[in-house]
Design a protein around this ligand. Structure first.
Ligand code: TEU
Ligand code: CA
Length: 561
């Protein structure tokens, strides 16, 4: 397997709006991030992924871009950004930027032109179609509820928007558009950034003709994913991007690619023939979604550890030696992992450490989402008034219109809503968690008095210090990065155990995903090793030498043989 800096990296994801506010307007900003770089350096991460900071009317918090070459006014200026990049590099860290090119804002100058007339030179930058029998051109559903088409009075046609109506999809069939995107990418790369995270990049090629999706539910609008996910020209477009842009820089790229299988992911990330270094897959994020459901993420479904193992193991084994995994348990679109996959109450601290162990001992590049390193949890606001996320608010309205009651919808939002991950970063126990001196744009999680960075830095047994130790181990021992993964105990519903092997070196990872105390027995196949060392554990131990022991709730151990 080839070595690469981006395989050895540990990435930290920043959602700027909620990270740190430097000027008291209640909104996180670039100077706020600069003030926390020492903290990130102490944690030991070496790449920062910055969610969009470009000019945006913020219909979808920066994922609706109105100027690709400028900074959102609320976040600061281009000069602040240049300083951020320099400060990141000064600390030996790297910076990757979000690249959102499936769509722009409807306030982008291209779209303002495009909607003016049917023969405007920018018309073909977007996807316009006439209506069909007085209705939308097809029955596709938007990710953010309702139709994926919006009627525009000026020219009497509809435009496609897979996300909000303020996020019109770009037309990648148009070579002039593609050339403009590549120029824009080079503009940022020439400033010295270290790569891109590419937003829904596998949705940019749509099936010509944009056919209706099969009717799978009573809804008037249906998921049309088979007509735009991994579409017919996707690899051609990415090969072109690679040739024109990516190949000319020493950078890392990660594609956000919903609905991909391992087979698809290998095509994207293959060491010889791929175009991206790695992708974000979503199969493990769907483990708590009912099979064949038409409801998408908005339902409660109890997940099973054996299902999670199957998914992760398939990805670990399928990509081995061919592509490269990215490993994540949460991000700005997902609930908090400690609430979702473990226990955010009595066992919050061991749970968060157990999940940290999982994240940092799989094969692939790990991504830590802001706040995960202190075990931040989901939030339960009582009223829809306190929510800000467009996906959540649109779903709420749609469900109300269908006759659901608020008390039926709120539990779904508490479990799955994107705002779970978007409450402000909890820096200390002072008002508003030290995030802002003003009124935060979204309420802080009321648990900030116990869960915050100041507390975590002071307590040597905190989740933060555990992450720090794990990150250091990963840096020191190549087996964490390059070792092959092999699953043990495939049928166990409580214990997730696996080995990692690189030459003569072997790790054994034992994770208790339950509040029970199951018995663990050292696998016979490891007995040939004369020496064994407990590298890290999230509880005090006095049975380091035992071949058999009871795991405590959410206990995690990593042994080296
Ligand atoms: O998300 C793309 C995506 O697939 C979403 O539908 C995701 O599955 C959903 O948010 C889960 O609830 C990316 C960004 O990460 C997201 O923040 C943006 O809203 C979206 O693209 C549009 O740019
Ligand atoms: Ca601010």
């Amino acid at each position: 397997m080839k070595k690469a800096w981006w395989k050895e990296a540990v990435v930290y994801q920043i959602y700027p709006r909620s990270f740190m506010d430097s000027n008291g307007d209640g909104i996180g900003d670039l100077r706020g991030i600069i003030s926390k770089l020492d903290y990130l350096q102490e944690l030991g991460v070496n790449v920062i992924w910055l969610c969009p900071v470009y000019k945006s009317p913020n219909d979808d918090n920066g994922y609706d871009i109105s100027d690709y070459r400028d900074i959102m006014t609320e976040f600061g200026t281009l000069a602040d950004w240049e300083e951020l990049l320099a400060e990141v590099h000064k600390r030996g860290m790297k910076l990757i930027m979000d690249l959102v090119v499936n769509h722009t804002s409807d306030e982008h100058p291209w779209f303002i032109e495009s909607r003016k007339s049917r023969d405007n030179p920018y018309r073909d930058y977007y996807i316009w179609r006439p209506g069909k029998d007085g209705r939308e051109p097809n029955n596709w559903r938007s990710f953010f509820s309702g139709s994926a088409w919006e009627y525009d009075e000026t020219t009497g046609e509809y435009y496609l928007h897979l996300f909000s109506r303020k996020q019109p999809d770009l037309n990648w069939e148009n070579p002039r558009l593609r050339a403009e995107i590549y120029e824009m990418m080079k503009w940022w790369l020439d400033k010295g950034i270290d790569g891109f995270r590419m937003d829904v990049i596998n949705a940019i090629s749509k099936v010509p003709g944009l056919p209706d999706a099969p009717k799978r539910s009573d809804d008037p609008y249906q998921w049309g994913t088979e007509y735009f996910i991994n579409g017919p020209r996707i690899h051609e477009f990415l090969q072109e991007m690679k040739r024109e842009v990516l190949d000319h820089y020493d950078i890392m790229t990660v594609g956000e690619t919903p609905f991909v299988t391992p087979e698809d992911a290998i095509k994207y990330t293959h060491e010889e023939t791929g175009t991206l270094n790695m992708v974000f897959q979503f199969q493990h994020m769907d483990v708590d979604m009912a099979p064949n459901s038409t409801k998408g993420k908005w339902e409660l479904y109890p997940w099973k550890l054996t299902d999670l193992k199957k998914i992760i193991t398939t990805w670990q084994k399928e990509l081995e030696g061919k592509g490269w995994n990215s490993i994540y348990l949460e991000n700005h679109d997902q609930p908090r992992s400690v609430s979702r996959f473990a226990d955010d109450g009595e066992y919050r601290v061991p749970s968060a450490k157990m999940l940290a162990t999982f994240l940092l001992t799989l094969q692939g590049t790990p991504y830590i989402y802001q706040g995960q390193e202190i075990g931040m949890t989901n939030v339960k606001f009582d009223s829809i008034e306190d929510y800000r996320d467009i996906e959540t608010l649109n779903m709420y309205r749609e469900e109300l219109a269908k006759g659901s009651k608020p008390e039926e919808i709120l539990p779904l939002i508490h479990a799955k809503g994107r705002d779970n991950a978007r409450t402000p970063m909890q820096w200390d126990a002072s008002e508003n968690a030290g995030f802002t001196g003003g009124q935060p744009w979204i309420k802080v999680n009321p648990n900030y008095r116990e869960i915050n960075v100041a507390q975590a830095l002071m307590d040597p047994d905190s989740v933060f210090h555990y992450y720090k130790r794990l990150i250091r181990l990963r840096k020191e021992m190549p087996v964490f990065v390059y070792g092959t993964y092999d699953l043990l105990l495939p049928e166990d519903e409580q214990i997730y155990a696996y080995t990692r092997t690189l030459g003569e070196e072997k790790l054994l990872v034992v994770l208790n995903f339950s509040a029970a105390t199951p018995l663990f027995t050292m696998p016979a196949e490891l007995e040939r090793f004369s020496q064994r060392q407990l590298l890290i554990v999230n509880y005090p131990v006095n049975d380091e030498e035992s071949r058999e022991f009871r795991l405590r709730p959410y206990e995690a151990r990593v042994y080296r043989f």
